[in-house]
Design a protein around this ligand. Structure first.
Ligand code: MD3
Ligand code: FE
Length: 203
């Protein structure tokens, strides 16, 4: 149930399944307080994926650039608190991958509908790259692209399914990655969507 994707990238198949009953109501509460929205890239294009955040800091994008903010720009209010179940899952998954005492202060929640995608990018808006990122996939499947340290490096294609968790740290933290266009599908619990949330230490 553990697949090594890189020297410090570990895929934990089904790791989130025991947490799903706690994650879904927590996700609904986050979404009620801070709805999914499509943000603009600094270049003025609409992103394909809709997003929201919870935790002390949230990742945002607008004409001013990409950054973390303590306030939801839609409401002017702080992001909803990180649900307890999110924190527990992140800490246990990180520990399983060898990162003790992971204490996330940010959680970016992405919602993919069929046809949406995320192009190849690096995650480099966090203050420090010494902490891992824990990613949790729920709902319909995705094909994840895991590249190298240069955009042109070849990418592995890894299916990510409901309940899968990936922990990325160290040498793999700055690798290019993305999501291919999502195929039409329906998940029994989530319907025709994929939710991915990533727990981070951003500040
Ligand atoms: C590898 N999300 O939110 S999660 C993102 O499925 C993001 O929504 C994708 O890329 C998604 O930034 C992929 C897997 C992931 C997240 C962060 C990483 C892989 C990563 C950071 C470094 C290397
Ligand atoms: Fe990313």
């Amino acid at each position: 149930r553990e697949e090594r994707l890189g020297p410090q990238a570990l895929l934990l198949r089904g790791f989130a399944l025991p947490f799903v009953d706690a994650l879904l109501p927590a996700l609904a509460a986050v979404e009620a307080a801070a709805p999914f929205r499509i943000m603009l890239t600094p270049g003025g294009q609409s992103m394909s994926v809709a997003l929201t955040n919870c935790g002390e800091l949230g990742w945002i994008s607008d004409r001013g650039g990409y950054r973390y903010s303590p306030l939801d720009p839609l409401s002017g209010q702080p992001w909803p608190a990180l649900p307890e179940a999110f924190g527990r899952l992140a800490r246990e998954a990180a520990a399983t991958a060898g990162f003790a005492d992971f204490a996330p202060d940010a959680c970016l929640v992405n919602r993919y509908l069929p046809g949406t995608r995320m192009s190849l990018h690096q995650d480099r808006d966090e203050h420090s790259f010494e902490h891992p990122i824990v990613s949790v996939s729920l709902g319909i499947p995705a094909l994840f692209l895991f590249g190298g340290h240069a955009r042109r490096d070849p990418a592995q294609r890894v299916p990510l399914l409901h309940g899968d968790v990936v922990v990325w740290g160290g040498a793999d933290r700055l690798r290019f990655h993305g999501i291919l266009p999502i195929k039409e599908a329906v998940h029994p619990l989530l319907g025709a969507q994929r939710i991915n949330f990533t727990l981070r230490r951003a500040g």
